[in-house]
Design a protein around this ligand. Structure first.
Ligand SMILES: C[S@@+](CC[C@H](N)C(=O)[O-])C[C@H]1O[C@@H](n2cnc3c(N)ncnc32)[C@H](O)[C@@H]1O
Length: 375
């Protein structure tokens, strides 16, 4: 295998030389490495570094390590004891070589991830599979003591573009709406919550986001039946009107019929999914403050993402204001103008991190349209 060096954060590792003739070079390489996931890995390192020392996990499992880059960054840039696992012997060999070159002492394990997570517990468990994490989530919920990190790249099933695959994997019915990225994030969160609560444990979303082709969850795990009940109390449905942009959120395990708040029509339930907050503001602030010491420069995509997440409302849907403007035949003003008009009317309003034309607000649809069309 031809290897080339790459540097992420403060860590340089060897990765397979990309095949220039391949349509998706990571997919055909003997060991997987995707440079487009650098921000995802940066967020993990930053998250762990931003934790107070007493809140850091005792150890960290990179359950699907590939080149080992993620786990090696945690070992070297955070200083937490790391286990890197992969069932591919070539991946594990490369991870061990990279650890040796970096002078890092880590544990390497060649196992099926589910077998390993079923037999050992780790302070933090990180799932980063090809596509869906669904087949690994139950074992990860049993293995993770304090933190659970989950990446999903099967955004089409999660968001409703591949409806049946989404229902099979996550036992939820998504819908391909204009807020599909938010639905994908919340369907995954709802699924992880359901996998966790059966063990009398709850979750706290600390830094979760949807970006390009993936969803990333960074969760605190909370022990006890009361924590599990609180988690269960955040599960519910979005009821979307098929005839107009109206929608309403409803907490509960069973979808109760809801009328469209805008036109009175019959809505269609999306879910079950997570309806609680998807981020913890103090965690996000600590991550932002830790950017310089982590060697992750300011002004980067990660800083912009975190800054947007800090101000983002926790509503489970948004309005795409360009789509709305087209619907009412208006020429859309700048997004900041619409947000200011809504806030001036006494409503909460924010952007959403995954789309430049998304507006989150607690205002009713008529007031959003007023804010769009005001002279
Ligand atoms: C998307 S890659 C991981 C990328 C890596 N975490 C990174 O940041 O570069 C998925 C890895 O999971 C491994 N894998 C897939 N199924 C597995 C299983 N059941 N048990 C252990 N490893 C598995 C693959 O060999 C592959 O290396």
């Amino acid at each position: 295998m031809d290897l080339v060096p790459v540097t992420e954060g403060r860590t340089t590792v060897l990765v397979p030389a990309p095949d220039p003739s391949a349509s998706f070079p990571p997919g055909s390489a003997p060991v997987f490495y995707n440079p487009r996931m650098a921000l995802n890995r940066d967020a993990t390192v930053l998250f762990l570094r931003a934790l107070p020392v007493e809140s850091r996990p005792a150890d960290y499992l990179d359950a699907m390590g590939a080149t080992g880059l993620r786990g090696l960054r945690v070992a070297g840039e955070v200083g937490v004891p790391v286990t890197i696992n992969d069932r591919n012997p070539r991946a594990l060999g490369l991870a061990a070589l990279n650890a040796e070159r970096l002078g890092l002492v880590i544990e390497t394990v060649r196992s099926d991830a589910n077998a390993l997570m079923s037999s050992r517990r780790f302070g933090a468990v990180d799932l980063d599979p090809f596509g869906s994490p669904a087949p690994f989530t139950d074992a990860a919920c049993r293995s993770a003591v304090r933190y659970l990190f989950v990446t999903a790249t099967d955004t089409a099933p999660l968001c409703g573009a591949h409806l049946r695959a989404g229902m099979r994997r996550y036992f939820a019915r998504p819908m391909n709406t204009e807020y599909h990225a938010e639905v994908g994030l919340r369907v995954l969160l709802g699924f992880v919550a359901r996998e966790l609560v059966k063990y009398d444990r709850g979750l706290a979303p600390l830094c979760c986001f949807a970006r390009e082709h993936f969803v990333r969850l960074q969760l605190g795990v909370r022990p006890g039946a009361a924590a599990a009940d609180t988690t269960l109390g955040r599960i519910g449905y979005i009821h979307q009107c098929p005839s107009c942009p109206g929608r309403v959120e409803q907490i509960g395990l069973v979808a109760e019929p809801e009328m469209c708040p805008a036109c009175g029509g019959t809505t269609v339930p999306i879910g079950p999914l997570w309806l609680g907050c998807v981020n913890d503001p103090s965690t996000l602030e600590a991550m932002l403050a830790s950017l310089p010491s982590a060697g992750l420069e300011r002004g980067t995509a990660l800083e912009r993402l975190l800054a947007t997440l800090v101000g983002e409302l926790s509503t489970a849907t948004h309005y795409d204001y360009h789509v709305l403007a087209k619907r009412v035949g208006a020429s859309p003003p700048p997004i900041e103008t619409v947000l200011e008009r809504l806030r001036g009317g006494g409503f909460a309003a924010s952007r959403a991190h995954y789309s430049g034309t998304a507006i989150k607000t607690d205002a009713p649809l008529t007031r959003v349209i007023d804010a769009l069309t005001a002279p």
